[in-house]
Design a protein around this ligand. Structure first.
Ligand code: SF4
Length: 62
């Protein structure tokens, strides 16, 4: 299984939800209102890159 390392910097994340809207299979909003990578998500999905590019505070590291 090929899975790229994807991380959300919770310090930077403002919880806007863009990444979740663009890539709901990989990102979710946690109970802290910040985005996080879903447990066991397939991070090789193309939408991960789109979400990283769309993040207004560049909190997604691919
Ligand atoms: S797009 Fe960026 S700021 Fe918005 S919820 Fe996702 S990680 Fe957080």
């Amino acid at each position: 299984m090929v899975s790229t390392m994807v991380e959300v910097d919770k310090e930077k994340c403002i919880g806007c939800g863009s990444c979740v809207a663009l890539c709901p299979d990989v990102f979710e909003l946690g109970s802290d209102g910040k985005a996080q990578v879903k447990e066991g998500a397939d991070t090789s999905k193309e939408c991960v890159k789109e979400a990283a590019e769309a993040c207004p505070v560049e909190a997604i590291k691919v």
